[in-house]
Write a protein that binds this ligand. Sequence first.
Ligand code: TYM
Length: 376
Amino acid sequence: MTDEDKNEMIVTPWEVKGKVDYERLMREFGTQHLTDELIQRLGKYTGDVHLQLRRKLFFSHRDLDAVLDLYDKGTKFILYTGRGPSGPVHIGHLVPWIFTKYLQDAFDTRFYFQMTDDEKFVIDDERALPETTKLAHENALDLIALGFKPSNTFIIYDVEDIDLLYDIALEVAKRITYSTARATFGFQDSTNLGWIFYPAVQAAPCFIHKKLTGENVPALIPAAIDQDPYWRITRDIAQKLGYHKPAQIHNRFLPGLGVGGKMNASEPETAIFTTDPPELVKQKIWRAFTGGKGTVAEQRKEGANPNICTIFQYFLYLFEQDDKKLADREKQCKAGETLCGDCKKELAERVNKFLAEHQKKREKARNIVDKFHIKR
Ligand code: TYM
């Protein structure tokens, strides 16, 4: 395999590889730029412009403007996002969830969260269903640890709660042909039937609010852009079924600690899981790929490259809230005033401080997790 092949971009809901070209993805998926104007507009409702918006970590959308137009006229929206429980949660997964919490607080909306133990079972030959179901319940603790309120947060565990989704999934599935599904998801002759039906199940929560409350309002879905193929097919059939088209707001991928690609649970040495102990976090960060030079002398003289540095990305996404301090860090890196070891040490301290708190909240969440279940 040549270096070029290794770097080839693959972005599907099940695999992200290579250097991600976000502009190309937007063109291919047909999504819109999240413009400064739209960001400012969001900021008017929320009172402040979230770090993830200011730094363009959320960068693309579908129909966010239409959702806000409706909101102005008195139609609320619901928030919907989810998790495919394939292992422990990593800090990349937290990116869209933290943003969802910001939107939920600002707009005081209902929030539906789907745990897709079915998806992770059907797409992986090796996995047993009890395993993904168990992980779904464990992963729910991470969501709750972020501070969502049980009064307006509803977790759907697919296998257990399929009765709530099944009629909607059938309506969706009946209107999507195999040829559309194949073109959207790349299904092949060897793809199992469970996997082929599954997209209808992920579509269902977009519409569940009407069934539960009688209110017909749009869903707004914050998620990384890998999930977009699901919404393309869902949007095509939404109006035929009497619903609003679901809207999206897309985030970029927090990279892994290696070269290229997103943080990925299947590469545990380059992912930071929320359950990792401090020593392991330090080790992983210590081995991370940076934009540093071969020797200290060279780096002092020529400076390093924060644009390709994974460590810098972690400050950018989650671990430096202050824009000025982030800009200073970038400047000092480029000028060779800081060395990679300095940044790594500081990042490890910050990540471990965050995780210590998160892990405490995560354990406490065990006592209240049932209050978030849609069938409570
Ligand atoms: P999953 O478990 O792969 O990912 C959960 C959420 O995290 C986002 N994500 C990332 N964001 C930033 N940086 C990363 N490195 C990173 N890796 C993953 C994903 O886009 C997702 O938002 N099929 C889904 C589960 C699902 C869902 C949904 C997701 C069901 N309904 C509605 C979003 C919205 C899945 O396997 O997600």
